[in-house]
Design a protein around this ligand. Structure first.
Ligand SMILES: [Zn+2]
Length: 122
């Protein structure tokens, strides 16, 4: 399956460290995009043999093994098959709210609330 990884919340100096971690996971890189005219990839497109859940787990494990503990892996609620890496310390500052059930994130408390209600119907 084809997935996307949004690294735009990762500060420049740490991107290479994060990319090293991603390279430990077997996958095939399809392409990357540079955002904000910085010469580092911030939006990576790749192919992975498992599901997005498998990749999410692998990425978490890989980050832990490399003692990168200040990042959380989360699903982008707006884009399909997209994972985002967020720095835990920045969450409040960015105004990001997490679903208590599935970890999807939202830009507003209202968005989170509306989304969370959907979980009650399953
Ligand atoms: Zn949810």
């Amino acid at each position: 399956m084809r997935f996307y990884l949004d690294l735009s919340f990762v500060p420049g100096p740490q991107i290479n460290e994060i990319l090293d971690v991603i390279n430990l996971i077997p996958h095939r890189l399809i392409g990357s995009q540079e955002i904000n005219s910085v010469a580092i990839p911030q939006y990576v497109e790749f192919e992975f043999s498992g599901s997005i859940n498998d990749f999410e787990d692998d990425l978490r494990l890989s980050l832990e093994k490399n003692s990168i503990l200040d990042y959380v892996v989360t699903r982008d609620s707006l884009k399909e098959n997209t994972l985002t890496l967020l720095k835990t310390g920045d969450l409040g500052q960015l105004g990001i709210y997490f679903c208590d059930f599935c970890g999807a994130f939202f830009n507003s408390e209202e968005g989170k609330y509306i989304h969370e209600r959907a979980h009650y119907f399953y």
